[in-house]
Design a protein around this ligand. Structure first.
Ligand SMILES: Cc1cc2nc3c(=O)[nH]c(=O)nc-3n(C[C@H](O)[C@H](O)[C@H](O)COP(=O)(O)OP(=O)(O)OC[C@H]3O[C@@H](n4cnc5c(N)ncnc54)[C@H](O)[C@@H]3O)c2cc1C
Length: 333
């Protein structure tokens, strides 16, 4: 006999190319926790082109009870209108209580359209979700430039929320978990109101997935300082990050920005060079595994979160680091 649940929780997965974006598993991890608290059914929505059954089974192993699978060429490119149309229709049929969407570029574009069509609220960019004693979802997100954490309840149903990438963890894979896959037929929207002109300007840098980030701030003094950081990042197999100041100054592109209004990162190694450590910057990198800070000011707040602090001029210290790493590489070869 089919199990009956008191609640239904939707997680919108992101299928790109041939695999799921890791945010899908992070959302399932949190979705599972919420489902356990609310006696809920956790449903994963898959919209993609050429989605294999094996990859869908993975979603079950990571916590989903039921999968709604839309496998259609309509979803081969990130045209949000196709996604919106089918997701809204499914929500109207299935009436979930909660919908979780990743706060990726795609999710940030899709979620408000879906919320508007459903005439429901949306809490964007959450960094945590909890269930209170009344069984209501508490959506936690930074407010007032990251100085406080707002706890938000939504009055309208379904409760819709987008969740930042890399702030939650996937659950443990359980190969014994059972679930069902419901194959749905994708429908092409009649009214588009938006013309999709094609894909271009694909961003090469995905700072959120990097294992090593060498980040620069105002202390670099000029855009040329990033050349030095790039040399160190290349030697370590990493990428260059930035605080907001160099981005605002036009020294480097916004896709490099780490922090409250930029990317949230969790690399194995984060090297902060000439960055003071404002709350807005820390919001995006404090969970890095190892943090090294280089700053001339021993009282800079960045040293409070750093595992290793170097007080000194980055233009003296980084060339020494580069020299040492190169020497070790020569020794090894
Ligand atoms: C709504 C809002 C959102 C924001 N979002 C973000 C965000 O996403 N990310 C972000 O980073 N900021 C963000 N900010 C801006 C934030 O408040 C700070 O202004 C910013 O982080 C400061 O950048 P910084 O550390 O590079 O510069 P500063 O605070 O000016 O620090 C520069 C540091 O460099 C050191 N220094 C100087 N010369 C050298 C040298 N030669 N060698 C070594 N150290 C040196 C100085 O001692 C100083 O500590 C936001 C602000 C607002 C209001």
């Amino acid at each position: 006999m089919e199990k009956s649940y008191r609640n239904k929780i939707f997680v919108l997965t992101e299928f790109r190319g041939e695999r799921f974006h890791p945010i899908s598993f992070e959302l399932l991890g949190k979705g599972r926790e919420i489902a356990e608290r609310l006696d809920g059914e956790l449903c994963a929505i898959v919209m993609g082109s050429n989605v294999s059954r094996d990859s869908c089974m993975n979603l079950i192993y990571y916590g989903a009870d039921r999968i709604f699978l839309y496998d259609s060429p309509l979803f081969s490119d990130p045209n949000v209108i196709n996604f919106k149309h089918n997701l809204v229709k499914l929500v109207e049929e299935e009436k979930p209580d909660i919908i979780l969407i990743g706060a990726t570029h795609f999710g940030r574009s899709l979620a408000p359209r879906v919320a508007a069509a459903l005439k429901t609220g949306l809490t964007a960019d959450c960094i945590d979700l909890e269930v209170d004693e009344k069984g209501e979802l508490i959506q936690i997100r930074p407010a007032f430039t990251g100085n406080i954490l707002a706890h938000i309840k939504t009055k309208t149903k379904p409760v819709m929320t987008t969740v930042r990438y890399k702030v939650m963890s996937a659950g443990k894979m359980d190969l014994e978990r059972k679930g069902s896959i419901v194959v749905k037929k994708a429908e092409e929207p009649k009214e588009r109101n938006v013309k999709f002109v094609g894909k271009y300007g694909v961003r090469k840098l995905n700072i959120a997935d990097a294992d090593v980030i060498v980040s620069g701030g105002r202390g670099l003094g000029s855009p040329e300082g990033f050349n030095l950081l790039k040399e160190l990042a290349d030697l370590l197999g990493g990428v260059v990050g930035s605080s907001r100041t160099p981005v605002d100054e036009g020294w480097i592109g916004k896709e490099h920005q780490v922090g409250f209004s930029g990317n949230t990162v969790k690399p194995k190694l984060y090297i902060a060079c000439g960055i003071s450590g404002s709350p807005q910057h820390l919001a995006g990198m404090k969970d890095s595994e190892t943090i090294i800070a280089i700053n001339v000011d021993p009282s800079a707040p960045i040293f409070k979160v750093a595992d290793y602090g170097i007080v000194g001029d980055l233009y003296q210290i980084i060339p020494l680091m580069i020299k040492e790493i190169k020497a070790r590489k020569v020794e090894k070869s």
